[in-house]
Design a protein around this ligand. Structure first.
Ligand SMILES: Nc1ncnc2c1ncn2[C@@H]1O[C@H](COP(=O)(O)OP(=O)(O)O)[C@@H](O)[C@H]1O
Ligand SMILES: [Mg+2]
Length: 802
């Protein structure tokens, strides 16, 4: 670093002490001059070469500082502009030229005259100076960026200069430093030394600014958050006030409700805890809605409220009889069940399950039980329930979560000991979302159900005082574990006389009342009821019968409104169609013509017994067996077995032994929309095939049911009573049954049995004898193959079209 002090020079100049500012060379500064001595010095300078020496006072508050109270180093400046203000002050704009040291100040004619020594330096620029300048320029750029009060653009252009003296002074002038710090920089005459010093100062200042900035932004963030919360809270309070909702009272009320709900201790604690959380939440937030809903549910389920139970069995018997005709055995079982429940504290596996076709009174028996025991009644349909969550609810973390059906129904019941009907347990299915029957098992298990946990409520709920009753159309689709828990009571379809009685004693009265009529407005003759049953319904129960009676009543109600309260309608067999339109069913099938290949079978379905026609047609072909009409696997196998039997009997039917090679058979069971399955159509299909091949018609007034073996034996079937009822409903009074079912006749009501002509068959041959209109052709030759030697696997045997 090479600097050389060139020369010293002394000058005499008017001097002006300045306050609160240090003026550097190259710096343009405007200020107002007020002191008289200063104005005098200014005038003196303006009169001469406009040069003036400016030096800063130690203490700004002193008006007439002595020379010792002024810094010794100042700046010689050029007065660029001056303007006399009306108040006597003068506004000036000065430009710093060079620094100077005060050697002497003398008071002359009212102002100070200074003798100032200036020092001029020439700098031999070298790499060290260059480096130093780069460092300072870089640091200054950083400084400007951090320091918001400086204009970046102007500052950066200002420092793009080669002269270190000028560079340092411009930077020094623009740094935000105290007067002392600036004065210190002004007092360094050597530009290179100044360069170093400025670098150091910048380093420190940048560091300070960085710290400031991080503190500032942290403080700012905190301030903003606190302010925002405060603002929002105030706003909410104002809104609540506007709405007239004192938030306090609402929480108080909830608290009161929780205290008095009769919850178990831990549930109460949980509820209070939730309430505390709710109080802390912003009232309009989504989370507070969730929390509030949850509390509402906790408060809505019954915790202690109970119906007072009626334990009088005689009274219960009376209620059951008042509500239902017949069903003697069922009522007896129910009463026994009620008695045992009273004696045994925790009866095991003790839930009643009514199984039977629709409309036989399962649901209404459940309601009767509730009435007889003084309990509330609720019903939950399990038909189509496939998700565990439907029973047990969703966890509260799900959006829109709700409790499951069990808890929802308990809320509906409002008491903790209702009769709870689980309708259609046989229609429950299971998929990937979990097995609902497992959840149901827990609900029904007396060892577990006193602490049933719904996913949503998430607290233990006691179901042990609930009286569960289940209903189902069929038993076989109910999971075995569930069946084990249940006491099964089977309800069968009603016979025609029973339906007539039910209509007379219950349904007509009920529907008349529901239509707003009295017995003065309407009466049904017995023939009309029979007509309704035969021509407008074909069902095991009485649901449609009740509906049709209701339809008649509503038609009459319209007339009453039109013609006056005195209107009376006598419903007879003759005028039924005036009310209900043409009959839906023809009276009987028995009068229809017998046909080749058309057989009436009997099936047992979910809706009770039904008749199921089977048609077979034969066409030229290659031995194909086609089956249509939505037949299940078991039924398809039955058809195969029937075919095997027919082939083994070819010669008896007057067929050549390889008849099937040139024929195609098509077996069709109409009403194709309803899936059919089960083996009991075996003899029906075999008879239809035999008839189609032998061209002998089948009696239309006879129905049949029975399983067939490959060897032509007839095996027993289930649902005897239902099937006989179905035949009777269809007007068919002659039925072929398996011999082995003879013992089951005990379950068939006497009046039904005596109305029917029953044939019991052990073999298919006997079935054909009963069913075919004509005798089979004479035996031409004895079978060369033993019966049953053919199986569906025999090569060349017809195969089912699957
Ligand atoms: N034995 C009966 N005595 C009186 N009414 C009956 C009888 N059986 C059924 N009902 C009536 O028939 C209608 C249908 O019965 P419901 O209980 O709904 O049948 P399910 O539940 O078995 O399908 C109800 O109005 C019911 O009161
Ligand atoms: Mg029902």
């Amino acid at each position: 670093m090479t600097t050389a002090k060139d020369k010293f020079e002394s000058k005499k100049l008017p001097m002006m002490p300045i306050r609160d500012v240090v003026i550097f060379p190259f710096m343009m500064t405007p200020f107002v001059v007020g002191r008289e001595s200063s104005v005098r010095a200014l005038e003196e300078a303006l009169a001469a070469d406009k040069k003036i020496f400016l030096a800063t006072q130690h203490d700004a508050s002193i008006d007439e500082p002595k020379a010792s109270e002024i810094y010794q180093v100042g700046t010689i400046a050029n007065i660029v502009q001056s303007l006399k203000l009306p108040d006597g002050n003068v506004k000036v704009l000065v430009e710093g030229i060079e620094r100077g040291k005060l050697l002497q100040a003398t008071d002359t004619e009212g102002y100070l005259e200074a003798t100032v020594r200036v020092a001029r330096y020439t700098i031999e620029s070298g790499p060290a100076v260059q480096q130093s300048m780069q460092r300072v320029t870089g640091l200054f750029e950083q400084y400007v960026k951090l320091c918001q009060s400086l204009n970046y653009e102007t500052m950066i252009s200002a420092v793009k200069m080669e002269d270190p003296a000028k560079l340092t002074d411009i930077i020094a002038a623009n740094l935000q430093l105290s007067i002392e710090e600036k004065q210190e920089l002004l007092e360094i005459f050597d530009p290179v030394e100044r360069l170093t010093r400025i670098g150091d100062v910048l380093d420190i200042e940048i560091e300070k600014l960085n710290v400031d900035r991080s503190i500032q932004s942290r403080v700012k963030r905190q301030m903003e958050k606190a302010q925002k919360e405060y603002y929002l809270n105030e706003k909410i309070k104002a809104i609540q006030k506007e709405l007239g909702r004192g938030e306090k009272s609402e929480f108080d009320e909830l608290k009161k409700k929780i205290e008095s709900a009769g919850m178990p201790k831990d549930v109460k604690e949980k509820a209070l805890q939730e309430l505390k959380k709710l109080e802390a939440m912003p009232p309009m937030s989504a989370e507070s809605t969730v929390s509030r809903n949850y509390l509402d549910w906790l408060l809505a389920v019954p915790w202690k409220k109970k119906s007072k139970e009626i334990r009088n069995i005689t009274r219960a018997e009376k209620t059951l009889n008042e509500d239902h005709y017949g069903l003697e055995k069922i009522k007896e079982r129910i009463l026994e069940f009620l008695a045992v429940r009273q004696l045994v504290k925790n009866p095991k596996g003790s839930i009643l399950c009514f199984v039977g076709p629709p409309g036989v009174g399962k649901t209404s028996l459940g309601m009767s039980i509730a009435k007889a025991t003084g309990r509330k009644f609720v019903r939950m349909s399990l038909g189509g329930v496939r998700d565990e969550a439907e029973i047990r609810g969703h966890r509260r973390t799900y959006i829109g979560a709700l409790p499951g059906q069990i808890i929802q129904m308990m809320k509906k019941a409002g008491t903790k000991n209702p009769v709870f009907m689980l309708d259609e347990v046989d229609k429950m299915s299971m998929d990937f979302r979990g097995d609902p029957s497992a959840a149901l098992l827990e609900v029904l298990d007396p060892e577990q159900n006193y602490m049933f946990v719904d996913h949503y409520l998430d607290v233990e709920y006691d179901l042990s005082q609930v009286f569960f009753v289940a209903t189902a159309n069929v038993l076989h689709t109910i999971p075995p574990a569930l069946q084990d828990r249940m006491e099964v009571l089977r309800l069968h379809g009603y016979t025609e006389p029973e339906k007539v009685e039910i209509a007379k004693q219950f349904l007509i009265r009920k529907q008349t009342e529901q239509a707003g009529l009295s017995s003065k407005n309407i009466s049904f003759s017995e023939d009309a009821i029979t007509g309704l049953i035969r021509a407008y319904t074909r069902e095991a129960g009485v649901r449609n019968l009740e509906r049709e009676i209701g339809n008649v009543c509503r038609k009459v109600a319209r007339k009453v409104v039109k013609e006056g309260a005195a209107y009376h309608a006598d419903i007879t067999a003759e005028n039924l169609d005036d009310f209900l339109g043409v009959a839906k069913f023809r009276d009987t099938m028995a009068h229809e013509k017998s046909e080749v290949g058309l057989v009436t079978g009997l099936a047992w379905t979910e809706v009770g017994g039904s008749i199921l026609s089977t048609e077979v047609t034969v066409v030229d072909g290659k031995g194909k067996l086609t089956l249509t009409g939505k037949l299940g696997d078991v039924m398809q196998e039955s058809a195969q077995a029937a075919m095997s039997y027919i082939r083994s009997r070819a010669n008896r039917l007057g067929l050549s032994r390889d008849f099937y090679r040139s024929l195609d058979l098509h077996v069709h069971v109409p009403e194709g929309a309803i899936p059919k399955d089960g083996p009991s159509a075996g003899i029906t299909i075999a008879t239809a095939i035999a008839s189609a091949l032998s061209k002998i018609p089948v009696r239309r007034d006879i129905a049949m049911t029975g399983e067939i073996t490959l060897r032509g034996k007839v095996l027993p079937i289930g649902g005897l009573k239902e099937k006989l009822l179905a035949a009777h409903r269809a007007g068919i009074f002659e039925v072929i049954l398996p011999k082995d079912n003879e013992k089951d006749l005990a379950e068939v009501p006497e009046n039904l049995r005596s109305a029917m002509k029953l044939h019991f068959a052990e073999t298919m041959d006997q079935v054909l004898q009963f069913a075919l209109e004509g005798p089979l052709p004479e035996i031409i030759e004895t079978p060369t193959q033993p019966i049953g030697a053919l199986t569906p696997d025999t090569p060349g045997a017809p195969t089912a079209h699957q």
